[in-house]
Design a protein around this ligand. Structure first.
Ligand code: ZN
Length: 395
């Protein structure tokens, strides 16, 4: 049985001789983000400042890589200048940037600014794995104490859906992964099918599902009751259930929901708000239900018990998912960590903190000749070039 051990990796042990500042840059997708973190000599963290500008893709209905590149080229350097000026700092003591995975051009834009700064300031540079950043985020707010290794993370976003068991900063085992598209992608596309509008469509789906629940409890639907019941009775698929062997598969699959929504819409077109709300709720419930059921299966198969559990990635902000996880996984004695919504989506704090953990506890930094890695499995953090032992402890 895998369970939490108080002896392993409980805290970062580095003794610092002075406070130091970390400048971090995230640019793997459509968010240009920079932040300044202060590590105090007694091992505590302070977020000095964080700035983020997101590319507006609402009009085009998806992220166009060349537009994302232009967005980063226009924003990262000015954001760095702003954050340094406003916080009256001339240099930082370490620079971190996302090395991958992500869109190659977007990654290059942030990485190159970071490399230039590390050269100019003559300070260590750490190239960070984006997903590592997501799963270590809650440790920033506990100064590296919780979650304790080994712990579980569910990374659920527009690009990823994976359940990870982390034994140390650099050792991660993917217990379940998606066989097709990511959960966030599926939520967005289903939301678009039922004609919801907005920059973050998955969020609009959640809002519509909440509106449904309010109308349901007060019976405020405008369409006739029998129509409401007919729409409520629509069943969405339970993926990987088409044979007994597949239903035991520890994996996720989200592509089928989009096909199924299209089929439903052929019979029940969106002709009013009530239909839209009822379908939004059923779709969200089906997608989240599949995710939670497979996480439960992974806990069962791997004999997981009494462990910290981090929900990370953009979809982690969904409160229906948070509730379903807590309700359905009670018997595994999991201690849930839900980072503040702001830190669940892409940000630079997670990159700065993962850089600090790599530097202080894995004693690593990255050579300045580093290139982006667009595809970089989480289980292979150390299997890429350009890692080197850190030069000297800062301070
Ligand atoms: Zn992300």
């Amino acid at each position: 049985m895998i369970r939490r051990s108080p002896r392993i990796g409980a805290r970062i042990a580095t003794v610092l001789f002075r406070n130091y500042h970390v400048l971090a840059i995230e640019s793997s997708c459509d968010d240009s983000a920079v932040c300044l973190i202060e590590r105090t000599k007694d091992g505590r963290n302070r977020l000095v400042d964080h700035k983020k500008r997101t590319l507006n893709s609402a009009e085009v209905g998806g992220i166009i890589p060349s537009d994302a590149l232009v967005h980063h080229l226009q924003n990262i350097a000015p954001l760095v200048r702003e954050i340094m000026h406003e916080n009256k700092l001339e240099k930082a003591d370490m620079v971190c940037a996302t090395r991958g995975p992500g869109m190659y051009a977007s990654l290059s834009a942030g990485l190159n600014v970071a490399k230039g700064l590390a050269v100019a300031w003559n300070v260590p540079f750490v190239g960070v794995h984006h997903m590592l950043g997501h799963l270590l985020t809650p440790r920033f707010f506990s100064n590296g104490e919780t979650p304790q290794f080994p712990f579980l993370s569910l990374l659920a976003s527009g690009g990823h859906t994976m359940l990870v068991l982390s034994s140390s900063v650099v050792e991660h085992r993917v217990l379940a992964n998606t066989l097709d598209i990511a959960i966030g992608d599926s939520l967005d596309k289903c939301a678009r099918e039922i004609k919801l509008k907005g920059n973050v469509l998955g969020k609009e789906l959640e809002v519509a599902a909440e509106e449904y629940l309010m109308k349901e409890s007060s019976r405020e639907f405008i369409i006739p009751q029998e129509k409401v019941e007919e729409l409520q009775a629509i069943k969405f698929p339970k993926p990987l259930r088409n044979s007994s062997k597949r239903s035991n598969e520890v994996a996720f699959s989200f592509a089928g929901f989009i096909t199924s929504v299209k089929t439903v819409l052929a019979k029940y077109p969106i002709s009013n708000r009530d239909t839209q709300l009822i379908l939004a709720n059923s779709i969200q419930k089906a997608i989240m239900g599949h995710l939670v059921e497979k996480v439960r299966l992974a806990c069962e198969v791997n004999s997981i018990k009494d462990m910290d559990f981090v929900l990370a990635g953009g979809v982690a902000a969904n409160s229906a998912l948070r509730n379903m996880l807590s309700d359905n996984l009670k018997s595994y004695d999991l201690n849930f960590h839900f980072p503040e919504v702001k830190w669940c989506t892409d940000n630079a704090l997670m990159i700065g903190w993962a850089g600090v953990e790599l530097y202080e506890s894995a004693h690593l930094e990255t050579d300045i000749s580093v290139m982006p890695v667009a595809k970089w499995p989480l289980a292979e953090i150390l299997d890429v070039d350009s890692w080197k032992p850190r030069s000297t402890p800062i301070g």
